[in-house]
Ligand binder design. Structure first.
Ligand code: FE
Length: 365
């Protein structure tokens, strides 16, 4: 894997960084971080070259590196990656037909859907991908394919919340949790997707009431990321939080954060009913795709059991390919019963969810 650039919230003014041949260089990420602020030359990504594939990625380097190295070993095809925290859709739009990007790798259905809505990606009609990725985890015309899934779970204090005391998202609005819940911003895509799923199941009016109830139960103004809410539980700020499954997994695997994560118990919400809300990370083939054939080979590879195993282990996520079991740690949590509401429906309710968050002033602005 060759990293050709890193953007840090600089979607328009982002500078390209040519790292040269830094493949498999353990210090690569740090070097890039150190030089990211320095203005550098123009795009070194060749539009089309034999044996190459170009990726725009919202996913982090450490996740992609082992996958792309394995792909190169198997096929001899070299991957060039531009990482960004945001603005990739804008960039693709700007570059239009001349974009060197073949693939976009991203998290969250809202971002995948954005690529479709802006008409930046093309259909992939491919038997291998259709066999490897279940129908509900891919776009009906192949405009995106999920590669991993994550549950949006409830975390509770082991000390202060009894087992079985809370089992559903709906209960987050119950008075008994008054002043006892912490979450990140209601506007974050992860929460927007959860709220969208609530709208799909209960309608807008009922979801608004629920969201008001949840807001009234917050122990503090929404802030930080999902991990910070688990920390807040450990610190006694609140007793209940909402968070993605892999954050908990990653905390358990981190020596320093493990004692914090061990203070909480995980709950798979609505496990007995409609199932737990899940979101995905996924991949799309761009409209321009100068290396279309190589790109599809990479998509096939990423959906294969071999790559799915690497991917799911690297971030304690659920493999999208049902043939691959979750990592040992994730399996220990028990089986997830995913809400099989279509991801498209979640994407379709996104705007309504954003409006609700504003209307109830969830973030208290
Ligand atoms: Fe995340």
């Amino acid at each position: 894997m060759r990293m050709v650039g890193v953007f840090k919230n600089l979607p328009i003014l982002a500078k390209q960084i040519n790292t040269g041949n830094t493949r498999k260089d353990g210090n690569m990420r740090m070097k890039l971080a150190a030089t990211a602020a320095i203005a550098l030359s123009a795009m070194p990504m060749a539009a089309s070259a034999d044996g190459e594939v170009n990726i725009y990625s919202y996913r982090q380097a450490y996740l992609l590196e082992p996958l792309l190295n394995a792909f190169e070993q198997e096929t001899g095809i070299q991957s060039n990656v531009v990482f960004a925290k945001q603005g990739l859709a804008e960039r693709l739009e700007r570059e239009g037909r001349n974009s060197p990007a073949d693939l976009v790798m991203t998290v969250d259905i809202s971002r995948l859907n954005e690529l479709v809505e802006r008409d930046l990606v093309q259909n992939v009609d491919n038997e291998t991908l259709e066999e490897n990725i279940p129908e509900n985890l891919r776009h009906p015309e192949g405009k995106w394919f999920a590669l991993t899934a994550r549950g949006r779970l409830i975390f509770v204090s082991k000390d202060r919340v009894e087992e079985g005391e809370i089992t559903t998202y709906e209960q987050l609005a119950d008075d008994k949790w008054n002043n006892r819940i912490c979450t990140r911003s209601g506007k974050h895509p992860y929460n927007i997707a959860l709220f969208s799923s609530m709208i799909a199941h209960h309608g807008e009016a009922e979801t608004e009431k629920w969201l008001e109830g949840l807001k009234d139960n917050l122990a503090r103004k929404p802030q930080g990321g999902d991990r910070d809410q688990i920390k807040a539980i450990a610190e006694g700020v609140c007793d209940v939080s909402i968070g993605n499954s892999y954050y908990y997994g990653n905390m358990l695997q981190d020596e320093n954060q493990r004692p914090i994560a061990e203070q909480v118990r995980l709950v798979f919400p609505n496990a007995e009913g409609r199932g737990t809300h899940v979101n995905i990370s996924g991949i799309s083939l761009t409209k321009s795709a100068p290396n279309r054939e190589n790109a599809i080979k990479l998509m096939e590879f990423l959906s294969s059991p071999k790559a799915q195993r690497i991917y799911a282990e690297a971030n304690t996520e659920y493999p999208a390919n049902p043939e691959v079991k979750p990592s040992g740690l994730v399996a220990e949590w028990g089986e997830i019963n995913p809400d099989n509401l279509s991801l498209q429906e979640i994407a379709d309710n996104r705007n309504a969810a954003v409006k609700l968050v504003d209307r109830v002033d969830y973030d208290g602005e």
